[in-house]
Design a protein around this ligand. Structure first.
Ligand code: THU
Length: 146
């Protein structure tokens, strides 16, 4: 069992932000709308919620998931210290991040200290560490000294 080190208040704020970001989803092909909200800090410790939605494309592989949109927005704005992400998709199931998004998140976090909140609503969610979702992962440390 993992020890959850994030407050209920932050969890609720992240889910609300992800749900709102979902309104901007551009998903005319799959019609599967997803929003994500990252809990991030910059180098000075300032904390922020940075959101993203899925953005599809007529050339299907060019589309981007909500989680990666949020990560790329955050990093390009100077926020690359991440504590958690909330994901809201269809509300009849929990939306679990795809393998590529798990790996992209892994680049910036210690997997056992980063929480993935998969939410149907503010009160109905599943929370896992990235370590649980992506065990024995490959990260920047593996390239140290190469
Ligand atoms: N999608 C996400 O944005 N995040 C996930 O965690 C799962 C899948 C998107 C990609 C695509 O636009 C649509 O959902 C259907 O796969």
């Amino acid at each position: 069992m993992s020890k959850i080190n994030i407050s209920d208040k932050i969890i609720a704020e992240l889910i609300e932000a992800a749900d709102k970001a979902r309104d901007n989803s551009y998903a005319p092909y799959s019609r599967y709308r997803v929003g994500a909200a990252l809990y991030a800090a910059d180098d000075s410790g300032e904390e922020m919620i940075i959101t993203g939605c899925n953005v599809e494309n007529a050339s299907y592989p060019a589309g981007n998931c909500a989680e990666r949109t949020a990560v790329f927005k955050a990093v390009s704005d100077g926020y690359n210290n991440f504590k958690a992400i909330a994901i809201v998709g269809g509300n009849d199931s929990y939306t679990s991040p795809c393998g590529i998004c798990r790996q992209v998140l892994r680049e910036f976090v210690a997997p056992d200290e980063f929480y993935v909140i998969m939410a149907k609503s503010k009160t109905d969610y599943v929370i896992k560490t990235l370590e649980e979702l992506l065990p024995m992962s490959f990260g920047p440390e593996n390239l140290a000294g190469v």
